[in-house]
Ligand binder design. Structure first.
Ligand SMILES: Cc1cc2nc3c(=O)[nH]c(=O)nc-3n(C[C@H](O)[C@H](O)[C@H](O)COP(=O)(O)OP(=O)(O)OC[C@H]3O[C@@H](n4cnc5c(N)ncnc54)[C@H](O)[C@@H]3O)c2cc1C
Length: 446
């Protein structure tokens, strides 16, 4: 295998089983060893890797930090993994245009630390932001707790440099704010899960970093009340930067994991308002009134350290749940916010009907819920699989989508036609047009 990639130094072509183990899985139970791992440091090397793979009939699976929750970077049969973590330069910060150009291996939080010095930031904020890469985020159209105010990665991708299966390099988009010129191919690559091309450079629009923030926790004695309160806050045009939900089992797991006391509520809502001045305090107090009116006990936080601690606790939800069951199946359904109370009720009914344990948390302000199935036996796994199919059908009936942020990968592949119907065939044709030999990440999405 080293001979095929002899243009790379030996230490950047991994073939030993011990090394390959690290590339054999993501954050799902899926696992498979690749034939080899190559670690490019430049666009030129990526082009050579693609040409070598094409010549020898090998498929390629791009990989950032491997934190995907859908199986997207898990190696397919007989593939070579392209590890982008050595392409980790911030190429240029263009303050005049609030734009940054990066290589795909740059880590989300490292980018924001560098941007903070210039009063700028890139907001999507996934829970895995301390480790996940920009290449992975663009490929998955990732987002997180701030999507309710700022949107998702797609909203910030200004330009992309992409190596196609032919070895040709496309440069798409630019640092301008708008364009009405031709098909929007750049957006097609966002969320393509490594199936259409390999990113070698990413340009992002940035926003000014807000100067002030305030946070709120609201405890409810039922999760339906919490869901209704969230829907009312959104309908009242609350200007929130974060609006998160946790049910009691998630709260307990997070308390055990983080040591933080969050209260003994059946449901907890966490919110943040941010801005540049006095409007922050006014808006958080207005939000607090909406939640008190809906039956919550509310606490406000204005100190930076206290707020940061709250978000650290919230982001610990998934690792915390991972300690209470052997396996987690984390879903990612998203419904219109007004349908949240119904969706929550249906999740409760599904848990009862199938005899499964479901802990739910999520970015409720944008309707994105993570019902997490806690599995400790084969029987529980089989029951959860049946409940998940029903969960997807219920979510689609309410006008929702299978994934708000984690993508399709292999986990949701069996269900994609439920949501997209005939459009799946159009997606397959696009894949064939761009990657006729099926080199890039075969078996993912479809
Ligand atoms: C604890 C935890 C919390 C999480 N929280 C969130 C969250 O809040 N929001 C969210 O959206 N996700 C979340 N995730 C999922 C995951 O972190 C995101 O999908 C993330 O963007 C993946 O980045 P990565 O660098 O790990 O990419 P990987 O997992 O390595 O890869 C993901 C996909 O990107 C492709 N890819 C990677 N690099 C390139 C490239 N250069 N060119 C083309 N394709 C490429 C891969 O082939 C694969 O299909 C979480 C995961 C964990 C473990």
């Amino acid at each position: 295998m080293r001979d095929l990639f002899s243009f790379l130094p030996e230490e950047r072509v991994l073939v030993d089983r011990e090394d390959l183990l690290l590339y054999s899985y993501d954050a799902t139970p899926a696992k498979r060893y690749p034939l080899a791992v190559v670690r490019p440091k430049s666009k030129g090397e990526v082009v050579e890797i693609v040409k070598a793979a094409s010549r020898h009939g090998l498929s390629l699976v791009a990989r950032g930090a491997g934190t995907s929750l859908s199986g997207a970077p898990v190696p397919c049969e007989g593939c070579v993994v392209v590890d982008f973590t050595l392409m980790d330069r911030i190429i240029e910060v263009d303050e005049a245009n609030a734009f940054v150009a990066v290589e795909p291996g740059v880590v989300y939080e490292e980018l924001n630390r560098a941007l903070a010095k210039r009063g700028l930031f890139f907001p999507p904020d996934p829970g895995s932001g301390s480790v996940c890469t920009l290449g992975g985020m663009v490929a998955m159209n990732s987002s997180g707790i701030r999507a309710v105010k700022y949107g998702t990665t797609r909203d910030y991708v200004a330009s992309l440099e992409v190596v196609l299966a032919s070895g040709e390099v496309l440069r798409l988009g630019g640092r301008y704010k708008k364009s009405a010129s031709g098909y929007d191919l750049k957006s097609l690559f966002v969320g393509s899960e490594g199936t259409l091309g390999l990113f070698t450079e990413i340009g992002l629009h940035l926003v000014p970093k807000p100067g002030r923030r305030a946070a709120m926790t609201a405890s409810f004695d039922s999760f339906e009340k919490a869901a209704r309160a969230i829907a009312s806050a959104v309908a009242a045009r609350a200007d929130v930067a974060v609006l998160e939900f946790m049910d009691s089992s998630v709260v307990k797991a997070v308390e055990g994991f983080s040591g933080m006391r969050l209260g003994s509520a059946e449901a907890l809502v966490l919110a943040e308002v941010e801005g540049s001045g006095g409007e922050v305090e006014g808006e958080i107090r207005r939000l607090a009134e909406i939640f008190r009116g809906a039956g919550a006990e509310v606490e406000l936080a204005f100190e930076e350290a206290e707020i940061a601690e709250l978000w650290r606790a919230r982001k610990a939800a998934l690792p915390a749940l991972a300690r209470v069951a052997e396996t987690l199946l984390l879903e990612d359904i998203t419904v219109p916010v007004s349908a949240l109370p119904q969706m929550m009720r249906r999740i409760g009914r599904l848990a009862e009907k199938h005899g499964v344990r479901i802990a739910t948390f999520g970015h409720a302000g944008d309707g994105n819920l993570h019902p997490t199935f806690l599995i400790s036996s084969e029987e529980e796994l089989a029951r959860a699989r049946a409940a998940i199919e029903e969960l997807f059908r219920e979510c689609l009936t309410l006008g929702g989508t299978l994934s708000g942020e984690h993508g399709i990968g292999v986990e949701k592949r069996p269900y994609i036609e439920l949501e997209h119907g005939a459009a799946v065939q159009v997606m397959r044709e696009i894949k064939r047009a761009l990657d006729p030999e099926g080199i890039f990440n075969p078996g993912k999405i479809f």
